[in-house]
Write a protein that binds this ligand. Structure first.
Ligand code: LLP
Length: 381
C-alpha cells in the first residue's frame, strides 16, 4: 500500500481533483533559493504552469517574482502577493488594454516580441505620461533538443525578435522618451533535461553582449525550460537546480551589476501535484482490459495533447497481483488515454488512481469540454 498519499482524506473527496504536496513545494522552493544564491540572480515563477491561488501565495511568500503572459495572470499574481515591480509580462499578443492596465500597476518589465508591440507600448505609455520598462525577447536560434542551430524558418516563428532585426529595435527603444530599455529576454523551450542547450544559450548571449558592447543592458532574462523526471516522481522529486544555475553562473559572462532573470514554471510545481481520479469501471475488451477513470483529458490534457506520459498508480488497491490495463478517461475522444498496457495491481471499481507529476500544466489547462466540471484541489496539511 502506498503511503505517500493521505488516503483517508483523498477517499472522502469527490473526484477528480488535484492533490498538492505543499511540503514538497516548499522543499523545491528552498532548493531553488539555495541553488540560485549568486549575486544578480533573480527567479520569476512562470504563472502559466499553475495559477492555483494557494500555490501562487506560497511562491510569492518565498520572494520570487512572477513571469506572466496575460492580464489575467498579472491579476492572479498581484492577488497572491507578488509585488508589481517583480512581475514581467511576456507574450506575442499583448492587447492595448493589457498594456494599459499593466502600466498602471507598475509592472517590472514588458518582454516585447515585435516592432508593432513596441510601438503600442510606447504610444500607451505616452498617453499615460509614463515610461514603460521594456526588454526585447530575442530568438537565439537554438534548438533545445538537438543542439543544432536553426538556420531557416525564422520568419515562421511567432516568438521573439530575429537576430537580424535586433540592433535596430534596441536603438528604437533606447531612443524613445517613453521606453526604459531593460535588456534582453530569451526562452529556448520547455522540459529540457539535457542541459547542454542552456550552455549554448550562455555562449550565444556572451556573443551578443560583445556585439552590443556599447549598449547598456541592465538585465539578461534566460527564460525557463528546466525539465523534470516524469518517470520517477518519488526517486527524483526535486530537479537538479544546482547543476542548472551553476551552468549560468559558470558560463554567462556578466557585466558588472548586471542582473540575470530566470523564468521557471514546470520545475517549480510539477512534482508536488497529482491528479486523483476514481475508477468508474473495469471493462473487459477483446484482448485487453480497460480501467475507465472519472477524470480524463478535460482534467489533464498533456497525454492527449503532447503524448506525454504521467506515472499512473493505483493508490488504494491492496492486491498483490499485477495486471496490464489501458487507463482511459470518460471523454468522447480516443486520445483520452492516460496509458496503454500499464502494469497495475488488480484494479476494481472505486479504486483511486493517481497521475503523478501533474502540478505543472495540469489544473491550469483543464477545460469544460463535454460539460465536465473543472477539477477541484486539495492540499497536504
Ligand atoms: N518563459 C517563457 C517565455 C515561456 O514561454 C515558458 C513556457 C516559460 C518561461 C516556462 O517554461 P518552463 O520552465 O515551465 O519549461 N503546456 C506545455 C508547456 C508549455 C510551455 C510554454 N512556455 C506542457 O504541458 O508541456
Amino acid at each position: 500500500m502506498k503511503t505517500y498519499f493521505p488516503l483517508d482524506r483523498l477517499r472522502a473527496e469527490s473526484t477528480p481533483f488535484y492533490y498538492y504536496d505543499m511540503q514538497l513545494l516548499d522543499e523545491t522552493i528552498n532548493c531553488i533559493k539555495k541553488s540560485a544564491a549568486y549575486p544578480g540572480f533573480y527567479v520569476h515563477y512562470a504563472v502559466k504552469a499553475n495559477a492555483n491561488p494557494e500555490i501562487l501565495k506560497r511562491i510569492a511568500a518565498a520572494g520570487m517574482g512572477a513571469d506572466t503572459v496575460s492580464i489575467g495572470e498579472i491579476k492572479a499574481a498581484i492577488d497572491a502577493g507578488f509585488p508589481a515591480p517583480k512581475i514581467v509580462f511576456a507574450g506575442v499578443g499583448k492587447t492595448d488594454e493589457e498594456i494599459a492596465i499593466s502600466l498602471e500597476y507598475g509592472i517590472g518589465c514588458f518582454n516585447a516580441e515585435s516592432e508593432p508591440e513596441i510601438d503600442a507600448i510606447e504610444e500607451i505609455a505616452k498617453s499615460q505620461g509614463r515610461i514603460a520598462p521594456v526588454a526585447l525577447r530575442v530568438n537565439p536560434e537554438i534548438d533545445a533538443h538537438t543542439h543544432h542551430y536553426i538556420t531557416t524558418g525564422l520568419a515562421e516563428n511567432k516568438f521573439g525578435i530575429a537576430l537580424s532585426m535586433l540592433g535596430r529595435l534596441i536603438e528604437r527603444c533606447i531612443n524613445s522618451e517613453y521606453i526604459d530599455f531593460k535588456g534582453l529576454h530569451f526562452h529556448i523551450g520547455s522540459q529540457i533535461t539535457d542541459l547542454t542547450p542552456f550552455k549554448i544559450l550562455c555562449e550565444r548571449i556572451n556573443a551578443l553582449q560583445d556585439e552590443y558592447a556599447d549598449v547598456v543592458i541592465p538585465t539578461i532574462n534566460v527564460g525557463g525550460g528546466l525539465g523534470i523526471d516524469y518517470d520517477d516522481p518519488d526517486g527524483n522529486p526535486i530537479p537538479d537546480f544546482k547543476q542548472y544555475f551553476d551552468i549560468f553562473h559558470e558560463n554567462l559572462k556578466l557585466r558588472p551589476g548586471q542582473q540575470v532573470h530566470f523564468e521557471l514554471g514546470r520545475s517549480v510545481v510539477a512534482q508536488c501535484g497529482s491528479l486523483i481520479t476514481r475508477v468508474t469501471y473495469v471493462k473487459e475488451g477483446v484482448g485487453k482490459k480497460f480501467v475507465i477513470v472519472d477524470g480524463g483529458m478535460t482534467a489533464l490534457i498533456r497525454p492527449a495533447l503532447y503524448q506525454a506520459h504521467h506515472k499512473i498508480e493505483n493508490i488504494t488497491s491492496t492486491s498483490p497481483e499485477m495486471e496490464r490495463y489501458d487507463v482511459v478517461g470518460p471523454i468522447c475522444e480516443s486520445s483520452d488515454t492516460f496509458g496503454t498496457d500499464e502494469l497495475l495491481p488488480t484494479t476494481h471499481r472505486g479504486d483511486l488512481i493517481a497521475l503523478r507529476s501533474a502540478g505543472a500544466y495540469g489544473e491550469i489547462m483543464a477545460s469544460g469540454y463535454n460539460c465536465r466540471p473543472l477539477p477541484s484541489s486539495l492540499f497536504s496539511r
